[in-house]
Design a protein around this ligand. Sequence first.
Ligand SMILES: Cc1cc2nc3c(=O)[nH]c(=O)nc-3n(C[C@H](O)[C@H](O)[C@H](O)COP(=O)(O)O)c2cc1C
Length: 272
Amino acid sequence: MALSKPGPLGFARSLARILAGRPQVPPSLQDNALLRTLLNRRSVRSYADRPIPDDVFAAILEAGRLAPSTVNLQTWSFAVFDVAGWQETFGRTIPFHAQRAIILLGDVHRDKTVLDVFPSSPLVEYTIAVMNAGLAAMAMNIAAEALGVSSVMLSETGRTGLLDAGYLKDKLALPEGVFPLMTIVFGYVRGAYPPMPPKLPLEAICFEGQYREPDPAVMEDWLHQMIAGYKASNLRSSFDAQLNVYRAKIDQAEADLHAMVFGDSADAGSRS
Ligand SMILES: Cc1cc2nc3c(=O)[nH]c(=O)nc-3n(C[C@H](O)[C@H](O)[C@H](O)COP(=O)(O)O)c2cc1C
């Protein structure tokens, strides 16, 4: 399906709308420090050449370790890197020249070494692990923000995310039941903080009673902002080009993950 694209005027209008975007918080709550940290957090893709002290990084990891999880099963593992370790493992710098990285893995292997009591339920296990790891990721992300460290979660960049599951399985010698979900890279922001990217309005994502189909005008407005915002921050690329990167990798990633989660391949996956 061809994307509906903004014309030149629409492009300018979309950019203006992005720049005007602000978190919506009642004035009486605006001074709450944790709320401010949460709402002002941004994904940062440009880092200063300034190391993160060991104690600061340890505190970020501790926030992940203590994150909530289903039945406290802690179905995650963190592969932890500094600049040298990443270079040694992957033969390149951490994406965006960040200073530390964590590859976050769903892990339904570790618990089974002492607690192998449930019937085989790969889809349930996978979903639980993804959900729990996502919470650990966010806890580490917010702990970092609170300590003045920025980060971005990556599913693709640098061959170290969900879309590189097969590659990472080999690189990190992952056993069955341990699967890569994302890489979080950390560092101190270089230059200005990026503006808030286009977020859908609350009315578009909440409903009471029965599910409400999206308003086409609201969705098109958002899409135009996405296209314009992407172009403005990536002059040599485009939103389309980025979608194509994902398109090119997604079949292989689907097959690799299928094999890791279900023990077969997506092709063999026309299972009844
Ligand atoms: C699971 C996950 C994977 C992501 N993968 C990428 C990625 O591969 N490359 C990238 O530049 N940003 C990636 N992001 C960051 C999103 O693009 C970003 O969160 C989104 O644009 C909203 O911006 P914000 O985090 O500043 O609110 C990812 C975010 C999440 C949660």
